[in-house]
Design a protein around this ligand. Sequence first.
Ligand SMILES: Cc1cc2nc3c(=O)[nH]c(=O)nc-3n(C[C@H](O)[C@H](O)[C@H](O)COP(=O)(O)OP(=O)(O)OC[C@H]3O[C@@H](n4cnc5c(N)ncnc54)[C@H](O)[C@@H]3O)c2cc1C
Ligand SMILES: *[C@@H]1O[C@H](CO)[C@@H](O)[C@H](O)[C@H]1NC(C)=O
Ligand SMILES: *[C@@H]1O[C@H](CO)[C@@H](O)[C@H](O)[C@H]1NC(C)=O
Length: 397
Amino acid sequence: MIKITIVICTILQIYVMADNSVPRVCIIGAGIAGLTSAKYLKEERISFTVLEATKYIGGTWRYDERVGVDENGLPIHTSMYKHLRTNLPKPTMELLGFPIPKEYPSFPTREMYFNYIKAYAKLFDLEKYVKFLHYVVHVKRLQNKWRVKYKHISSQAEYEEDYEYVIIGSGHHSTPNNPIIPGEKIFKGTIIHSHDYRVPDPYKYRRVLIVGAGPSGMDISLDVAEVSKTLVHSHHSKVKFNTPFPPHYIKKPDIKEFNETGVTFIDGSYEEIDDVIYCTGYQYSYPFLDESSVLTITPQSVTPLYKYMVNINQPSMIFMGLIVRACIVVAIDTQARYATALIKGNFTLPSRKEMMAEWQRSVDALRSSGRPISHIHLLAEKEVFFEHKDRTRISYF
Ligand SMILES: Cc1cc2nc3c(=O)[nH]c(=O)nc-3n(C[C@H](O)[C@H](O)[C@H](O)COP(=O)(O)OP(=O)(O)OC[C@H]3O[C@@H](n4cnc5c(N)ncnc54)[C@H](O)[C@@H]3O)c2cc1C
Ligand SMILES: *[C@@H]1O[C@H](CO)[C@@H](O)[C@H](O)[C@H]1NC(C)=O
Ligand SMILES: *[C@@H]1O[C@H](CO)[C@@H](O)[C@H](O)[C@H]1NC(C)=O
């Protein structure tokens, strides 16, 4: 009996592999988005490939002390810095069915969290599905399929393959959003973006200006203030911070202009500055997508998407983690299950017209409240917490 079952299974498997109607999925990136997608697709026995530009899984969580380009001339993807701890408590960064070790502190170090991701990939045996050092250069819609062109980084060999679905997990914390400030060119000090910030050491005894008060701005301010002579923090956040800044911390409004030796702020005050770190966020960038994806991609928004993820004009293209102000890990995990259920055929999407109508309603709501289109990716208050077994889970749909 057992033997017969095995034979039937084998035949079935061969049949499934050869069947053209079985969808093939291309996952771009082996960060949390790519890995969770791989896990769920694998569980449903859906055929897929993960293309990853670097030699590593874990995306931005893999610390690399280098900045600029790597040994293959590829821009360094990660924005991780040495002293980073998660800025969210660990239950909100937990992947479903894979508890974060009890002995981890509430806010794990980046290294602990990276190890956690590696352990996830190991437990579910995901690495063997990843084509490392394969960089996606072009994704094009062609005869009801996605033609994906990718390059092997070291040999430069180019490949083209057709897929029914594309899951985009290439992240959006890699392309700096640099401000344009008058006088920057004549300023004699150093200027970097937080993407290239690694360690505070170069700022020892220096007068440092940090621009921006998002998570990176707050965090890097504290890291640098440990060693710097002064820490000038320019931002316009209305949040009342309880952050225990040291006495040499100086809060300033937005910058008016640079001159050779320092910065004048919009309140007319001036500070001499040696080094500047722009913590001004990141831009959306999908250089591999062309017009056949029928999307409007700007540095601040990708539209139109259904439920933050499905390309309404080409619904076999799915974006992962394209959300801001969210518990992004739990959201990605949920999205990966949604994408898998969709590809599996467990449910069908509404018609294009209906999806567009829903999307249009959210755009109208933004417009009428005077908010920018970039807020279309803002999850924030739409996150709903509920109890799942013995753990707090977050739902999005
Ligand atoms: C400094 C920093 C701190 C953060 N801290 C937290 C935190 O405390 N808590 C939290 O929940 N979130 C945090 N985040 C958010 C973080 O982005 C997510 O936790 C998560 O890493 C997103 O995973 P991802 O897979 O979407 O993207 P990434 O981790 O960016 O992975 C994308 C992968 O795609 C690959 N790739 C990109 N383009 C291509 C291409 N063309 N071809 C092939 N491969 C490609 C990249 O090499 C990379 O491996 C932080 C982000 C940053 C930058
Ligand atoms: C920069 O501007 C400040 C404030 O106006 C001024 O005191 C300082 O001398 C200027 N630096 C140079 C090099 O011109
Ligand atoms: C799809 O449906 C089957 C049958 O109900 C279920 O077992 C499976 O978990 C579903 N898959 C996903 C990814 O939701």
